[in-house]
Write a protein that binds this ligand. Sequence first.
Ligand code: HEM
Length: 151
Amino acid sequence: MGDIGVWLVFAHLLGACVWVGGHLVLALRILPAALRARDVGAIQRFEAAFEGLGLPAFALQVATGLWLALRLSPDPCAWLDLSDPLSRAILLKLGCLAASVALAAHARLRLIPDLRTETLPALAGHIRAITAVSVIFVLAGASIRAGGLGL
Ligand code: HEM
């Protein structure tokens, strides 16, 4: 892999650390404490602090990820070929991307502006789902070096 490829993987991994690490801290530490204390403030403070770092990290993931995918398989139409393990891994990543955008948009536009103790369980479901999707992103990414997703 040429020089730019090394920097792309480096940026992609750094963004993954921020995005996945932040969501794991939220889902496994801050959320359970907030649910026990019925305290929406803890989630709101975390979201406010994380947003400025997490969203640029996610944008970096999408940009570097698409670039890396185009380097590995230059014709995007070939990504639809489900018989190819590399295409399956790339498609899984694109599916995770669509799920993350839908979950984040719904949480940001609907749940967070009206966050109350009563609506906390709905947000908790979203947080767990987006965290699980972020871990699937890592699994799909790690599989690519090994040739892609085998069945
Ligand atoms: C938050 C979102 C994402 C996370 C956490 C993530 C995480 C990762 C990780 C941990 C790797 C393994 C790096 C390596 O061993 O080389 C990887 C590789 C990869 N990711 Fe992502 N990724 C994300 C989004 C995307 C997106 C949207 C795409 C676009 C299709 C993408 C495409 C790729 C490709 C093509 C590789 C293989 C790079 C290589 O080994 O050359 N990723 N990703």
